[in-house]
Design a protein around this ligand. Structure first.
Ligand code: HEC
Ligand code: HEC
Length: 202
């Protein structure tokens, strides 16, 4: 018997239109991203390592960060002015575009791998640092539903500034502030570098 449930064609149509909308949004985002490319690269992969890579980052996380810059809950002299005039639609389109771009992998520095890997995979029980894998995953792909950002391939210099900003409370997030407060300078440097060499496991 070959029975098609009456709702299936409607569901299929809804899915197709959702996918088309997503693609339209990413397409609009590509055009809007022209002003962002000077710092973040044309496809969200850039070379200047003080600016974060955006390629392949989860769309909901990107949206949340852009809203935080707008609201002033995340502050940065270079980035906040770029976010201030974005509409809700701009934010959705830009996030959809960057999330779809293939991320370029990075490399880790040999001398830092041992400490970086230990912090990332095991944490530090003496100082109470949890393993980063618990939330960001062994390959650094994060968890879109839980709101844990992807880290794989991110620039070391950017990672260092963020971990230091959480540590001083300049960047506000209860979970990451508590973790960063327990990290030593050498641990921050090593784990920031290790993250650059991570690539997503399927
Ligand atoms: C003049 C350089 C510059 C331009 C242009 C720029 N950004 Fe940024 N962007 C930065 C810097 C620097 C940071 C990191 C700031 C910080 O430490 O909070 C950043 C951070 C971000 C983040 C947070 C990333 C993360 O992993 O948390 C997002 C999202 C973002 N930018 C999107 C955009 C978009 C979209 C545009 C264009 C509308 C744009 N940026 C234009 C410099 C720039
Ligand atoms: C309990 C879950 C959890 C654990 C464990 C955790 N993180 Fe995070 N991490 C988060 C969340 C949630 C965010 C996003 C916070 C925000 O919105 O500012 C984040 C953000 C980050 C960012 C900023 C990403 C960006 O693009 O700006 C870095 C870097 C980071 N974490 C590194 C680490 C490191 C290194 C460890 C291990 C020492 C770690 N995290 C452990 C949940 C976690």
């Amino acid at each position: 018997m070959n029975v098609v449930h009456p709702a299936l064609p409607i569901l299929a149509l809804a899915l197709v239109s959702w996918a088309v909308q997503g693609t339209d949004s990413a397409q609009a985002g590509r055009e809007k991203a022209a002003t962002c490319s000077a710092c973040h690269g044309p496809d969200g992969n850039n070379l200047q390592d003080i600016y974060p890579k955006l390629a392949g980052q989860h769309a909901p996380y990107l949206e949340a960060q852009l809203r935080a810059y707008q609201a002033g809950t995340r502050q940065n002299v270079l980035m906040a002015p770029m976010a201030v005039s974005l509409s809700a639609q701009d934010i959705a389109d830009l996030a959809a575009f960057y999330a779809q771009q293939p991320p370029q992998p990075g490399t880790a520095t040999e001398e830092l791998v041992e400490l970086g890997k230990r912090v990332y995979r095991v944490g530090n029980s003496d100082s109470g640092v949890p393993a980063c894998t618990a939330c960001h995953g062994p390959g650094g792909s994060g968890n879109v539903l839980a709101g844990y950002p992807k880290l794989a391939g991110q620039h070391p210099a950017y990672n260092v500034t963020q971990l230091e900003a959480y540590r001083t409370g300049e960047r506000v997030n209860a979970v990451m502030q508590a973790i960063a407060a327990r990290l030593s300078d050498p641990e921050i440097r090593a784990v920031a570098d290790y993250i650059h060499g991570l690539y997503e496991t399927p």
